[in-house]
Design a protein around this ligand. Structure first.
Ligand code: TMP
Length: 206
């Protein structure tokens, strides 16, 4: 990585956009340069936050209101920040997180309801930091949803909101990139994993 490059990077995108694969690929490239890299995720990334994750991603879609979701995601994020992200950045590691606050801005602030102002207010109260760089992996919502559902498992609460929800989310992420053009970059994630990984590496000057 170029000296002075981004050290706190979040990966964002709709369900099934390939973030998890790309976090792993970038971590491997960065480690090859000798960097210490922490791979983490949201909701989760710390013991308590992983407990909150289960409450959020499993079960009936109607289990929580969008307002309650904002509180729970932000509580999990605070724990993640305190216990994992801040200590890693303080010791000089690079942190790659699979989702951060932009997911709440889009999923709860645009997708579930029109609550962006509440998301931002709670963010500034409880979190107050942004990644140096956010990579939005952009993919056709139909492709993403099919991939996400094909994964199976019990963590499908948000996928159950359906195709229109994923379409709103994609528009929300693209709008965020226009709102914060320096910090938020869109990466075409429709190609092969290696092609996407190369585009990401180029984005951060590797
Ligand atoms: P994942 O499947 O990428 O691990 O994320 C879990 C789900 O939680 C995913 O459907 C997106 C959703 N989510 C939100 O709705 N708001 C948030 O703030 C975060 C971090 C995730």
């Amino acid at each position: 990585m170029t000296v002075g490059g981004p050290r706190f990077i979040s990966f964002e995108g709709i369900d099934g956009s390939g973030k998890t694969t790309q976090v792993r690929a970038l971590a491997a490239r960065l480690r090859a340069t000798g960097a210490e890299v922490v791979e983490t995720r949201e909701p989760g990334g710390a013991e308590g936050a992983e407990m909150i994750r289960r409450l959020l991603v499993e079960g009936d879609p109607s289990r929580w209101s969008p307002e309650t979701e904002i509180l729970l995601f932000t509580a999990a994020r605070r724990d993640h920040l305190e216990r994992t992200i801040a200590p890693a950045l303080a010791r000089g590691a690079v942190v790659l997180t699979d989702r951060f606050a932009n997911s709440t801005r889009v999923y709860q602030g645009v997708g579930r309801a029109d609550l962006r102002a509440s998301v931002d207010a709670l963010h500034s109260l409880a979190i107050g930091v942004e990644p140096d760089l956010t990579l939005v992996l952009d993919i056709d919502p139909r492709v993403g949803l099919a991939r996400g559902l094909a994964r199976g498992g019990t963590e499908d609460r948000f996928e159950q909101f359906g195709a229109d929800f994923q379409i709103r989310l994609r528009a929300g992420f693209l709008a965020l990139a226009r709102e914060f053009p320096r910090r938020v970059r869109v990466v075409d994630a429709s190609g092969e994993a290696e092609t996407v990984a190369a585009a990401i590496a180029a984005e951060i000057g590797l």
